[in-house]
Design a protein around this ligand. Sequence first.
Ligand code: ADP
Ligand code: MG
Length: 311
Amino acid sequence: MSKRVVIALGGNALGNTPQEQVAAVKETSKAIVDLIEEGYEVVISHGNGPQVGMINQAMAEYDRALHGDPNLTPLSVCVAMSQAYIGNDLQNAMREELLNRGIKKSVSTIITQVRVDKDDPAFLNPSKPIGSFMTKEEAARLEEKGFKVVEDSGRGYRRVVASPMPKEIIEIDTVKTLLEAGEVVITCGGGGIPVVKEGNSLNGVGAVIDKDFASSLLAKEIDADLLIILTAVEKVAINFNTPNVKWLDKLTTSEAIEYIEQGHFAKGSMLPKVQAAINFASSGEGRGALITLLEKAKDGIKGKTGTIIRD
Ligand code: ADP
Ligand code: MG
C-alpha cells in the first residue's frame, strides 16, 4: 500500500500578489508532484494569512465606499474567498505539472468548512497574524482603529485575529471519497472556513483557524502516515534568532514539549507547527511529522534534511 501524506503549504508556497501566486504555485507543484512520482498519495492543505488579509482589507474598503461600513463582509466569507483564489491557481498548476510528467490524475479544490467551538477561549484573545507586514507607524494607525496588532518573529508588525481550534472537518467524507478514487485533493485551505453548528445550520464565525492545526486534524481523519509542513525554514531550531541557534534533525514528542515549555518556538509561526506535529505524531502508531523547506520536500521525505518529529 502506498504511503499517505498531508502536505501543508505555508506562505512562501503561494506568494503575496495574484501574479506572484501564479509563479509560486508552479514551483510548489513541482515539489508536490515529485512526491506523487515517488508513489505517495497526497492531500494538500495551505495557509492564507497574507491572502485573507488582502481580501479582508479589499472588502473593508469596498464596504466602506459603497455602504459606509467597513465591517459588512464576515471574516469567514473572506476565508471562503481565499480558498477559491488559492485553490484555483494551485489546482491548475498541479494539473499542468502532472500532465508535463505524464501522470493522469484529477486535482480539485474542496471548499472546506471546519467546525470550531463557539466558547473557544481564542475568541477572547486574538493571536493569529494575517495580512502583510507593517511598519511600527502603520501598526499604530491600525491599532487606533480598534484592531489588535503584534510584532511577528522580528519581521515587522501584523494584525492578529482569533484562531480557535479545529474540531471537525465538515467535508471530510468528500475528501476521503476523492482520495480513494486516486485523485489529488486540496482541502482545509486557510485552516478551513470557521463555522459553528446550530441545529442543522452551519454559521460562519469571525476567525482564521491555523492551517497547521487543521492539517493535523486532516491527517488524523484520513489516517495519513506523515504530516509534512512545508515552510520558509529548512529545520526547526532552538535558540532561534540568537548566536546559539541549534537546528534540529530529530525531535521526540516529549523533547518537543520540553522545548515549547522553554519558549523556543514563536507564537503564531513555529509554535503551531510544532504543536500540530506533536498532536499528529502522538495520535497513533507509526505516525510522524516533517517540518522543512518547500524546496527540500523530496530530500526531507527521504530523511536527508528537515526536522522529523516522532513519538
Ligand atoms: P508559514 O507561512 O509557512 O506558516 P510562518 O511564518 O507562520 O510560516 O512560520 C515559519 C517561520 O517561523 C520561519 O520562517 C521562522 O522565521 C519562524 N520561526 C520562529 N521560531 C522558529 C524556530 N524556533 N525555528 C525555526 N523557525 C522559527
Ligand atoms: Mg504560519
